[in-house]
Design a protein around this ligand. Sequence first.
Ligand SMILES: [Zn+2]
Length: 245
Amino acid sequence: MSLRKDEAIVLSKRAYGESDRIIHLFTLAAGKVSAIAKGAGKSQKRFVNTLEPFNHIRVEYFDRHNRGMVRIDNADLVSGNDGIETGMKRICSASFFTELVDRMTREREPNTGLFMALQEFIALARSKDPEYPDILSCELKMLDVLGYHPNFDTCVFCGAGIHDDEKIYFSRERGGILCGTCARSLPHRRWSAGLMRAFLAVKRNEAGFGTRSLEREAQELMEGFLAYHIDLDLKSYKLLKLMVF
Ligand SMILES: [Zn+2]
C-alpha cells in the first residue's frame, strides 16, 4: 500500500453506509480514480466541504496495487465550487462536463489536457452563466484531447483544402467536412455556408455565432457528431438542452 499525492477534480460523491462516502475523482497524475472517504459523513471536521462535486483539491490517498478503489487520507481545497450553485445554466453545464469526463475515460488513464479543460470550464461556470459558445469551446477542447476532434479544415476523405465559403458538407460518420467531389459519393449533410467558419472562430475563442439560427445548426451538428462517436445518453445532457440550448 502506498501513499500518493495528487491534484484532482471531484466528479461525483455518494453516500456509502452511514458515515462513508464514495468519491469519483479525476486526478491529474492518475486519471479517474474511485475513492472511499471513511468517516466523511460523520465528522464535520474531517474533509469539511472539500469532497464536493466540482471542487479542485489536493489529495493524499492510499493506493493498493495501482487498481481498484483507493482510500482518501487527506484532502484540502485548491478552489471550491462556490458560484456554480447560483444558476441552473452553471450547474447543468458543469454537471454535463463532469459526467462526460467520467463517461469518456477509463480508470487510471491520465489526461492532462482533459483535466485542464474541465478545470477551466468549472472556473468559468463559477464566474458567469455559460453561453453556448463557451460550452462548444469546451466540447471541442475535450474532443481534441480525447482524439475525436471534428475536422473543419480540409476534406476528411481526400485531404483537399476547401475555401471557407464552400465548407458546407459534413460527414458525422467520417468526422469532418467533405469537398464537393467527395460529397457526391459519400453520405453527408449539407449546412449553411458560414457554419464551419463559425466553428473555427469559436475554437480560436474569437467570436460567437452571430445569429441564433447558425447557433442552432451548430448545436444540431454537434449533437449528431457526439451521439455517433460517443455515448451521449447522459442525464446531464438532457438537462443541459432543456436549460441552456
Ligand atoms: Zn474530398
